[in-house]
Design a protein around this ligand. Structure first.
Ligand code: PMM
Length: 267
């Protein structure tokens, strides 16, 4: 899939309330239309989510989540694009894998559902994105306290990895993500982004989800997520230069272009 470049994971939120694209692709037809646009723009993986994780968001029921995501996962897998399911629930992950998803993106890194590790271990061809997390959305900003954010995120991810390996997940399945904006203040996000080489010492590929997030708005005075796109592209260029495995973004073409520039600079 890649020529050893950073991959673009395109965001497809089937939710009424995600911060940047909530409500835009809430019905099946508009979700598929948006996915096809992303495929035309060169997306590597489409990340389908049915539950908003923005700070303060309420959880959706298991049934509602499945009704939102499974038909979309099925259709996208049939179109031949790599599909990731963004879920904290083992049952949703299992259903999505059955429908053709080959990545499970779990913002809780397995902490929200103890059965998740079993599902991942039982599907050795599936890759598992283990994000750093300190509790559900309603409570998460209260947990944004660190002495040394880079060491703590690294150690907490390491604990998750040890548990996953014990449960039978293989090292080749694991991708790590520091969880930009999840129980983190702007200064924590920047500190992590400045020190990805320290997270890389864990020995796993790194995914970064910074697209249009609030810390970029705080830097620029940009309240609207759309006004944070240029800053997101600047970040992608640098992340590609730093050799991250993937970026999770709303726009696709601009990020493929930024990565192409970075690859040329690295030659
Ligand atoms: N951020 C969001 C949702 N899912 N998954 C990973 N792996 N990393 C992230 O940073 C991440 C995520 C929240 O953003 P959204 O509301 O735009 O989906």
């Amino acid at each position: 899939m890649s020529e050893n470049r950073t991959l673009v994971m395109g965001i497809l939120n089937i939710t009424p309330d995600s911060f940047a694209d909530g409500g835009k692709h809430f019905d099946f037809e508009s979700a598929i239309l948006r996915a096809k646009e992303m495929i035309d723009e060169g997306v590597d993986i489409i990340d389908v989510g049915g539950e908003s994780t923005r700070p303060g968001a309420e959880r959706v029921s298991e049934e509602e989540e499945r009704v939102r995501v499974i038909p979309v996962v099925t259709e996208l897998a049939e179109l031949g694009v790599a599909v990731s399911i963004d879920t904290m629930r083992a049952s949703t992950a299992a259903a999505a894998i059955g429908a053709g998803a080959t990545y499970v993106n779990d913002v809780s890194g397995g902490l929200a559902d103890i059965d998740m590790a079993k599902v991942i271990a039982g599907n050795p061809l599936v890759q598992y994105i283990v994000m750093h997390w300190r509790g559900h959305s309603v409570a998460m900003q209260a947990n944004a306290t660190y002495e040394d954010v880079v060491s703590e995120v690294k150690d907490e991810l390491d604990e998750r990895i040890i548990e996953l390996l014990k449960a039978g997940v293989s090292a080749e399945q694991i991708i790590i993500d520091p969880g930009i904006g999840f129980a983190k203040k702007a200064e924590h996000n920047w500190e992590l982004l400045r020190n990805l080489d320290r997270l890389a010492l864990l020995g796993y590929p790194i995914l970064i989800g910074a697209s249009r997030k609030k810390f970029l708005g705080e830097l620029l005075g940009a309240n609207s997520p759309d006004d944070r796109e240029a800053a997101t592209i600047a970040l992608t260029t640098n992340l590609a230069l730093a050799g991250v495995w993937g970026v999770r973004t709303h726009a696709v073409k601009a990020h493929r272009d930024a990565i192409a520039v970075a690859m040329e600079l690295l030659k």
